[in-house]
Design a protein around this ligand. Structure first.
Ligand code: SF4
Ligand code: SF4
Ligand code: SF4
Length: 640
């Protein structure tokens, strides 16, 4: 029975060479015996220990979240991705410390962290176990080129931001000043929402395992694995072999990382494949106890031999098509709807690549199977084949649709960035058409078209592009539409983004003279972000217009206490005090306002316009005149 399994492994590419010596007597007699699997291979004693370690890890993660929910403060996420914030912003957080220690440990002991301390691996193992219970044994997908994705992903995530800053801001330090972010009150800030996390785990766990093998995500997507794999090559800690090995192949048949253990130990005396995660299963199942973990020469110093031939799943043309499909799929889904994070996009791209290539083969090959399903035989596509093709079409179709949406989102966002008109000027009065340059108009119209298309044809709401679309509508004079879109945006947003949408909505409602609704919107903005001073300034205007003058002064005073350099608020306070006959206080604010108001005719015009709306005509006239002096002949003073 074992022989037939081994022959099968050779056919499917799990091992490339026949074992030279007969299978050991111990292994043969083990068939069906306690402690042995049906194939006669000894069961791994380590798998229970590893499962326990991975379950404890998940329990620890859950406990971490519960502790944060109860106490409101906790240690920042112990997650390698947090290192990006250290490199970009100088935040020293728990994730950075963990990742640094993990890389250092890998440099000495090899990739133990992957095998024993990764929750994604736990998920992949769980999925693999479930599939096996269903009688489905995930087969490894072997590509020559896609194995470089994790390393490229790691370089993009952790090295590219530093290189980019080096060239884009050469005067800034390479690594920003470090600040302590070991404890956080906002534990979930850098993580996707639960609604995204669930499909993320489904794609990166179940789908990659089902289609690409038990370590599909690790092999073709995980950027951390890119660095761990590299570090493993330098580590002296390796799975090594004694002369007791008789090349039975049990180790290779057991390894879920698709390492050709029997061949590598024969050729090099140790496992050199950087995909080895030191799970120790091969050590445990070896019938001759020939394997052990030990220190010696790192694999980087061992010359590579051609004696070990791997069977790959793809031909060279398929490899090239695969890379193109992977890249296209990654670009299509990454960030689409502002929902799909980097790692999930990598996971999706691996699945898309597999499905595309397999479907391609389905139509070209005479025979094709997948797991125990016969997709095509004697040149005829079977029912299972059509089902597979249908699934692949739906998946790839969704990918293409995401790409189409992403294209419009990208162009819409790019047009948004190019619009030059300052917010203060645009918000000085409804319909700011006269302040728009020809280029602004062009970008606004094009940007609106793109974002509208993305919004109409999209399957989900993009809460990042919706406020941009609202701004385009406002600049084009479609104020009602803009207010509605900002309300919709706020309903989908959280934190700062929500506060900003509500602030803009409140500001536009103020310009429309709907002060009650404006005040409600601004109060909601301040409930999200108490430090949003612009919302305080606008709220003061709503209250002033509603006749609640003492409250307005109190809100403006609070704003200048937080930031004394607010030109408009100081002017508003000067006007308010003046109207109440408090001349000394009025002139003190007017002096402060003069000091902080930029010598810019448009800025003076903007302040004049806002004061005029508030009925502070004396002060507004002063600013209109100043605008005229600074730029005689300009349209601003005439446009009061
Ligand atoms: S490669 Fe990535 S996903 Fe796989 S075990 Fe290592 S860290 Fe986890
Ligand atoms: S190391 Fe052990 S399990 Fe692997 S081929 Fe040699 S004897 Fe067999
Ligand atoms: S080579 Fe051995 S230790 Fe390494 S992953 Fe495979 S079974 Fe585990």
């Amino acid at each position: 029975m074992f022989l037939s399994k081994f022959a099968n492994l050779v056919k499917t590419g799990c091992v490339s060479r026949e074992p030279k010596k007969p299978i050991s007597r111990r292994a043969n007699t083990g068939v069906g015996a306690p402690g042995y699997s049906k194939t006669g291979i000894r069961k791994s004693k380590n798998s229970r220990w590893r499962a326990t370690a991975l379950i404890l890890l998940n329990l620890f993660m859950i406990a971490h979240i519960i502790q944060w929910r109860i106490m409101g403060r906790t240690v920042s996420p112990i997650e390698p991705s947090e290192t990006m914030y250290t490199l970009q912003n100088g935040f020293i957080n728990a994730g950075f410390i963990f990742f640094t220690l993990a890389i250092l440990a890998t440099l000495i002991f090899g990739r133990y962290i992957c095998g024993w301390g990764c929750h994604i691996l736990a998920l992949q193992d769980f999925c693999g176990w479930l599939l096996k219970k269903m009688g489905l044994h995930p087969k490894p997908f072997r590509s020559r080129l896609l194995v470089y994705v994790p390393l490229i992903g790691a370089l993009y995530m952790f090295v590219w931001p530093v290189v980019y800053r080096m060239f884009s801001a050469p005067h800034e330090p390479l690594i920003p000043k470090f600040t302590n972010h070991l404890v956080t009150t906002n534990f979930w800030q850098t993580f996707p929402t639960v609604a995204v996390a669930i499909p993320f785990l489904f794609v990166c766990g179940f789908m990659t395992v089902y289609f690409l093998g038990q370590k599909g995500f690790c092999t073709y997507a995980c950027p951390y694995g890119g660095f761990f794999g590299l570090a493993d090559k330098f580590s002296p800690g390796k799975i090594r072999v004694t002369p007791a090995c008789n090349q039975c192949g049990h180790c290779t048949a057991t390894c879920t990382s698709n390492v050709l253990v029997h061949a590598e130990v024969k050729q090099y005396g140790m496992v050199v494949d950087p995909g080895c995660m030191k799970c120790m299963d091969c050590v445990s199942v070896c019938p001759n106890d020939a394997l052990y973990f030990g220190f010696g020469k790192p694999s980087i110093l061992v010359p590579k031999s051609d004696a070990i031939k791997r069977n790959y799943s793809l031909t060279w043309p398929e490899e090239i098509v695969g890379v193109l499909v992977f890249f296209g799929s990654f670009l299509a889904v990454r960030g689409v709807y502002a929902l799909v994070p980097f790692l999930m996009a990598l996971g999706c791209a691996t699945v898309t690549t597999f499905l595309t290539l397999k479907t391609w083969r389905l139509f070209r090959a005479k025979e094709l199977s997948f797991y125990r399903f016969n997709l095509k035989s004697a040149g005829k596509i079977r029912k299972a084949g059509w089902a597979f093709a249908m699934f692949a079409f739906v998946w790839v179709g969704l990918n293409a649709h995401s790409g189409w949406i992403r294209y419009h989102e990208f162009l819409g966002n790019r047009a948004f960035k190019k619009v030059q008109v300052p917010d203060e000027l645009a918000l000085a009065e409804v319909n700011p058409a006269r302040w728009l340059s020809a280029a602004d108009r062009q970008n606004i119209v094009a940007g609106k078209d793109h974002l509208q298309t993305a919004s109409k044809l999209g399957l989900f709401v993009n809460n990042e592009t919706l406020p941009k679309l609202a701004w385009f509508e406002y600049l084009l004079g479609n104020t009602e539409q803009s207010v509605e879109l900002l309300g919709q945006s706020a309903a989908y947003q959280k934190g700062e983004a929500k506060a900003l949408s509500l602030y803009y909505r409140g500001a536009i409602l103020n310009r429309l003279g709907r002060y009650d609704r404006a005040q409600t919107s601004l109060d909601q903005a301040l409930a999200e972000r108490d430090d949003l001073i612009l919302a305080r300034q606008e709220k003061g205007e709503s209250l002033w217009q509603l006749g609640r003058r003492d409250e307005a002064i109190s809100v403006w005073s609070d704003a200048v206490r937080r930031n004394p350099r607010l030109a408009l608020v100081n002017n508003e306070l000067a006007g308010a005090k003046q109207s109440l006959g408090k001349i000394d206080e009025a002139s003190s604010h007017a002096m402060q306002a003069d000091q902080v108001t930029p010598n810019d005719p448009l800025f003076h015009w903007m302040i004049g316009r806002r004061l005029q709306d508030l009925g502070m005509t004396g002060l507004s006239e002063k600013h209109f005149q100043r605008a005229s002096q600074l730029n005689p002949g300009n349209q601003s003073p005439g446009g009061r």
